[in-house]
Design a protein around this ligand. Structure first.
Ligand SMILES: [Zn+2]
Length: 301
């Protein structure tokens, strides 16, 4: 009995301190805004500095395609002034309907607003015409520097509406961020300028907007968002050989075995990238460098 009581009190202490820590992390004086993924936290902090507390729905390491937010996150969201969502991520579709009913005071802003959106990357031409309706909008808008400029302008304009006293600071920060993105964009264009190959292969096709910006071709190994069949794998091996692809890109949030087996088959290697990293700017430079290497752009090779 005593043991049970002790356990009960330990549990109580855990719960109480747990909540206290949860609240402690939040600065109660700061307005809270919610975003779907970590790169958006980066965008908001570029604009708002530490004026806001940013609550991120997708935890590090999770895949936005099959994630389901918890009820605790629902509560956190209802305390936010804004929810800046991506627009077409798997979990957002069902979830946003639910939360708008529960938390109607939150301002819901799609970061896809004003963007030229792509249909889902399709690596299976023969089924495409038949099954066009099964493909949605490609959600990975933040892999394009050009898109991120528009997304940041959307975020800034909204924040200025709600926090007009910060207008000068936010807009100055926005311009500084946009000029950093321009530098990144010029850097990538210069790097890819003399590329020998203009194609890359990736397990989960998250880089379609990036590919569009820089006139390169993305080949996704996943088949309609699922693990590929043997026949599809064989097809990808053929494409890799024909396009002289030697590097298969993988992301830690998705399975890597199939990518590794294709890499073995073509005598190539796998290379990890993380488009969901919080340090978006740093990761974009890193992805570009890895892609340059993969497309063996070094002319004096
Ligand atoms: Zn994805």
């Amino acid at each position: 009995m005593r043991k049970n009581i002790t356990l009960f009190f330990m549990f109580l202490v855990f719960v109480v301190t747990g909540f206290a820590n949860g609240d402690g992390k939040k600065d109660s004086k700061k307005p809270v805004v919610t975003v779907s993924i970590l790169p958006q936290k980066f965008f908001i902090e570029q604009i708002a500095g530490d004026f806001l507390q940013v609550n991120v729905i997708l935890p590090p390491g999770s895949s936005p395609e099959d994630f389901e937010p918890t009820s605790k996150q629902m509560t956190e969201l209802s305390n936010s002034s804004y929810y800046f969502y991506i627009g077409h991520l798997g979990f957002e579709k069902t979830w946003i309907k639910k939360v708008t009913a529960i938390a109607p005071k939150v301002k819901y802003i799609s970061c896809s607003k004003g963007l030229d959106l792509l249909e889902d990357e399709c690596t299976h031409g023969e089924n495409h015409a038949k099954n066009k309706q099964v493909h949605g909008t490609d959600p990975h808008i933040w892999t394009s520097p050009e898109n991120v400029k528009t997304m940041s302008r959307t975020i800034c304009a909204e924040l200025v509406k709600s926090y007009p006293s910060q207008k000068v600071v936010f807009e100055k920060n926005l311009n500084a961020f946009i000029s950093k993105i321009d530098t990144l964009d010029n850097h990538i264009r210069f790097m890819f300028n003399d590329s020998i190959s203009k194609a890359f292969m990736i397990f989960h096709p998250a880089m379609a907007y990036f590919a569009r910006d820089y006139h390169i071709e993305q080949y996704g190994i996943e088949f309609e968002g699922k693990s590929p069949s043997t026949a599809h794998m064989k097809k990808m091996v053929d494409i890799a050989r024909a396009k002289k692809i030697k590097t298969i890109f993988i992301q830690s949030q998705f399975e890597t075995a199939k990518a590794q087996s294709i890499a073995r088959e073509i005598g190539g290697n796998v290379e990890a990238i993380d488009p969901l990293a919080e340090n978006w700017l740093g990761e974009m430079y890193s992805i570009a460098a890895k892609m340059k290497k993969a497309m063996h752009i070094v002319t004096n090779e």
